[in-house]
Each structure stands twice: as C-alpha cells, then as structure tokens.
Design a protein around this ligand. Structure first.
Ligand code: NAP
Length: 198
C-alpha cells in the first residue's frame, strides 16, 4: 500500500531535530502534519514517538519502530511496536512515515526498494534554528539526496510562516490519486502558492 513520508527540514543542512526537540516553533507546520495523518496510520521511531504530545497520542494509529521488546505504547488499542523497518516491505495498510532521522533515512536511503515511499511531503524551514538547544543534531541528508535524484516535484511550492511545502513522487511508480488528493487538500487549504512556481 502507499507509503508517504512527511518531514520538515532546515534549509541548507537538512536538520530535523536537536536532541529531542524540533528546533523551530511553527504551529501552522505541526497543524498541517496532524491534519494530514488524522485517522491514518503513522510509522515512527521510538525517539520521535516519545516527543509526541499526549493529546495527539490518544486514538492515533501508530506503529513504533524499536528494538526494545518491552516498550509500552500509550494507547494499546491503536498502537503497536515492530522490531525493524523491514516489516513494512509488504505492509497492507497505507502508512505515513513521520520520522525521525533514523527512520526517514532507513526507508528512503537504506537501499531497500520496497521500503521507499511513493510520496514525500517535503517541508523546508527557511528561518534560523532556535538557539540554546542541547543534544545531537538529527539530519536527513541521505534521504534528501535520494529524493533529489529519484523523485520529481509535482506541485508548486506553497509558503507559509517561513516553511515551503511541496510534494514529490517517486519516478516510475504508481501513485494513489486519493492519497495525493488528500495531501493536496490539506496543503491547499492552509498555505498560499508561491508565485512563479506554478
Ligand atoms: N522536523 C521533523 O519533521 C521531525 C519529524 C520527526 C522527528 N523529528 C525529530 O527527530 C529527532 C529524532 O530522530 P532520531 O533519528 O534521533 O530518532 P528516531 O528515528 O525517532 O528513533 C530512533 C529509534 O528508533 C528505533 N529504530 C530506528 N531504526 C531501527 C531499526 N532499523 N530497527 C529497530 N529499531 C530502530 C530505535 O529505537 P530503540 O532505541 O528503542 O531500539 C532508535 O533508537 C527528534 O529531535 C525529533 O524531534 C523531527
């Protein structure tokens, strides 16, 4: 089934997080993400799962990738753990890959054809990183390099609050039009198109 990756990366260095934090605070960007995945199944790494606000965890379908077989999910009816991303090679449900860096890089740059998402929602933050954050930078340059070679942009750029949003699809792959329509409806309802990128 269709796999869609959604991220927001920093322009230039492809950083998506520092320590446990996203190093910018753009409410419209997180609103867009939660609208896109509402009622749909998210896949994320254990570290990213632990950064989601409890209010968002309630009732949301999530598959958490973790090597810890004792890891406890928040909502046992809707959420589960898996020990490796390889299980998604033949996953029957539509999934939304939600990070972090280890997960995006494993799906897109891990060299396993059947893991690569058909669609990437590429959001690029143009502003300055928040100062004073501690921890290691999580970055997705390997995944972005693959996207630039093996995917093509099929929408204009949309811009809101210093974030440019556009959709890429994998060259030569069938793309589910209903999924694309859903993603575009969310983006279109929120962000103006950037002039000159039609
Ligand atoms: N800007 C964005 O769009 C965005 C989106 C999501 C996250 N983020 C940020 O990204 C950062 C977290 O990213 P991260 O790369 O450090 O961590 P992550 O990908 O969220 O999670 C890493 C964890 O996932 C598990 N894992 C990953 N690959 C695995 C595999 N092949 N097999 C088994 N388990 C695997 C391991 O869990 P165990 O250690 O439990 O085994 C690993 O420690 C945070 O700063 C977060 O805020 C940003």
């Amino acid at each position: 089934m269709t796999k869609t990756a959604i991220w927001c990366r920093h322009a230039g260095d492809n950083i998506i997080g520092i320590g446990a934090e996203i190093p910018w605070n753009i409410p419209s960007d997180s609103q867009k993400f939660w609208k896109m995945v509402e009622g749909r199944q998210i896949v994320c790494g254990r570290k990213t799962y632990q950064t989601f606000p409890p209010a968002k965890l309630e009732g949301q379908e999530i598959v958490v990738v973790t090597g810890d077989e004792n890891f406890e999910v928040y909502d046992k009816k809707k959420q589960l753990t898996v020990p490796d991303v390889k299980v998604f090679k033949n996953w029957e449900k539509e999934i939304y890959i939600a990070g972090g860096a280890q997960i995006y890089n494993a799906f897109i740059a891990g060299g396993v054809n059947k893991l690569m998402p058909e669609i990437i929602v590429d959001c690029v933050f143009q502003g300055e990183l928040l100062p004073g954050l501690c921890g290691e930078a999580a970055e997705i340059t390997p995944a972005v390099k693959v996207m630039e070679k093996q995917y093509r942009q099929i929408t204009p750029d949309y811009e809101l609050d210093e974030v440019i949003t556009r959709i890429f699809i994998r060259k030569g792959e069938f793309v589910d039009q209903a999924v694309l329509k859903h993603l575009l409806t969310v983006i279109d309802s929120q962000s103006p198109r950037l002039a000159g990128t039609e």
